[in-house]
Design a protein around this ligand. Structure first.
Ligand code: SAM
Length: 261
């Protein structure tokens, strides 16, 4: 019989606390005919209860050694389709289908959670919601408001696309092997209609990236290659402030200034 030894490089910490699993599945609340995609099903801690409820799931797992046991565990629970690939480069458009918007779930490998969220944001218009287990500090950054120490590029870019709700905490002992960090569940709901839109998304993303790459500088200094003094005079944002003090709308005001019709 194959005994799997958790692989650090794949961020493997398997959830085994039944109470936490139940609580997580109940906040996800999967329903029949919904299209659920799980990232990193591992040994099936979430896959099995979701299959038992709705009979169908797509799962993306990078570690091929986990897949035979996962398929066997799920054999009589429903229709599991496993994609053995890297979720970081996976093209989620293959799941797009107008009648059932995508619901993405996962106890994510912590080492890739930020780039994975950025990757998923590129598919945000097609995603109904996302429920993730993440390192607690990452959830704090996702949900942070301007003025707080944890507010940064990730907060601005995610909040541009999604409503962010931190749900509940999960201690290290809920996993095997236990991680060094505490975890938190977060719900991300992409806006149907983005409240304030970027006229040029990639310019907006560049402004945000550049601003936060010099956190201690004022905006005037950190954005000096992108925004001239003559532009600041026309933008309703104080260039003497620091990047962590600006709201998503402020960043949009800066970027959209360059694309005014
Ligand atoms: N869902 C399982 C659970 O809750 O017990 C496993 C969670 S474990 C924290 C993360 C899972 O993601 C592992 O199964 C790991 O092999 C998988 N994984 C790691 N990197 C991945 C990637 N780039 N793409 C897809 N899966 C990945």
């Amino acid at each position: 019989m194959y005994t799997h030894i958790a692989r650090k490089r794949f961020g493997q910490h398997f959830l085994h606390d039944k109470h936490i699993i139940q609580r997580l599945v109940s906040v996800i609340a999967p329903e029949k005919d919904q299209h659920i995609i799980e990232i990193g099903p591992g040994q099936g801690a979430l896959t099995v209860p979701v299959l038992e409820l709705i009979g169908e799931i797509d799962a993306i797992e990078l570690d091929k050694d986990l897949i035979p046991a996962l398929i066997e565990r799920c054999a009589n629970k429903g229709n599991l389709r496993v994609y053995q690939t890297d979720a970081l480069t996976f093209d989620f458009t293959c799941f797009f289908d107008k009648k059932s918007p995508l619901r993405v779930i996962g106890n994510l490998p912590y080492n890739i959670s930020t780039p994975l969220i950025f990757h998923l944001l590129t598919f945000a218009p097609y995603i109904y919601d996302m429920h993730f287990m993440l390192q607690k500090e990452v959830v704090d950054r996702l949900a942070a408001q301007p003025g707080s120490k944890t507010y940064g590029r990730l907060s601005v870019m995610v909040q541009y696309h999604c409503e962010v709700t931190a749900l509940f905490d999960v201690p290290p002992r809920a996993f095997y092997p236990p991680p060094q960090v505490h975890s938190r569940i977060v719900k991300l709901v992409p806006y149907h209609d983005i409240p304030h839109t970027a006229r040029d998304y990639s310019h907006f993303a560049t402004i945000v990236k550049e601003a936060f790459s010099h956190r201690r500088k004022t905006l005037r200094n950190s954005l000096k290659n992108l925004v001239k003094d003559s532009d600041w005079e026309k933008i309703a944002v104080n260039p003497q402030t620091r990047p962590e003090d600006l709201s998503v709308e402020d960043y949009l005001r800066i970027s959209n200034h360059f694309f005014e019709s």
